[in-house]
Design a protein around this ligand. Structure first.
Ligand code: AP5
Length: 198
């Protein structure tokens, strides 16, 4: 299974990814986590993305495409993967599609976690108290939400056009959201990729 999680900051992608990779036994590829690690380690990539991340801006397409492709060619991805935070622009989605085609594979489905903005703010401000991520301040959260609306939301239409898009209610309790994700996975496995409703 090659699944993409779509959803704005705070929608619960990381939370649900932890469960889904256990369930599917595939690697969790979180581009945000990979970049934060690069920043912590002070690598060349880390130095290049540090300012954009702190400001809540997307990092350059060419850079994140290269970083992600380097990860996807590792042997553990051969049996499938869960992408969390990539693609985030049409250019990234095009690059991913082309890359997978050269590998003779394709995406199995895209799961979009839908959560209203006021709840996203509430969750990220609560996380700021516990984890202290540098991009969890009110101004930067607003910037990240704007980036999502302008640059990532168009991916919904991109994947709908390919019959790969599965929207789910991310506002429910964590266990209930996961149950819905499991039922989407079952539908993808059964070869019923077109969602019933929007
Ligand atoms: P990234 O790390 O991907 O951050 P994000 O998309 O902003 O996502 P978050 O981690 O904030 O939220 P989440 O949806 O994972 O929610 P979570 O499960 O933590 O990206 C960071 C930065 O890296 C970007 O801004 C950009 O600069 C750069 N970047 C990364 N990928 C890139 C790309 N492809 N292109 C360009 N730039 C890129 O949950 C949030 C909180 O809510 C938690 O406290 C959790 O406990 C709680 N919660 C979760 N689910 C529920 C629930 N159902 N009910 C109640 N609380 C819940």
């Amino acid at each position: 299974m090659r699944i993409i999680f779509l959803g704005p900051p705070g929608a619960g992608k990381g939370t649900q990814a932890g469960r889904l990779v256990n369930y599917l036994q595939v690697p969790h590829i979180s581009t945000g986590e990979m970049l934060r690690q690069a920043v912590r380690e002070g690598t060349k990539v880390g130095q290049q993305v540090q300012l954009d991340m702190k400001a809540g801006r997307l990092v350059p397409d060419a850079l994140i495409i290269a970083v992600t492709q380097e990860r996807l060619v590792e042997p553990d991805c051969a049996k499938g993967f869960l992408l969390d935070g990539f693609p985030r622009t049409i250019l990234q989605a095009d690059a991913l599609e082309r890359f997978l085609a050269t590998e003779g594979t394709e995406i199995s489905g895209t799961i979009e976690l839908r959560v209203p903005q006021d709840e996203l703010f509430r969750r990220l401000m609560a996380r700021a108290q516990k984890e202290g991520r540098t991009d969890d301040t009110p101004e930067v959260i607003q910037g990240r939400l704007n980036e999502y609306t302008q640059r990532t939301q168009p991916l919904v239409e991109f994947y709908k056009a390919r019959n790969l898009h599965f929207p789910i209610n991310g506002l429910a309790a964590v266990d209930d959201v996961f149950a819905e994700i499991q039922s989407v996975v079952a539908r993808i496995r059964a070869g019923q990729p077109q969602p019933k409703t929007e």
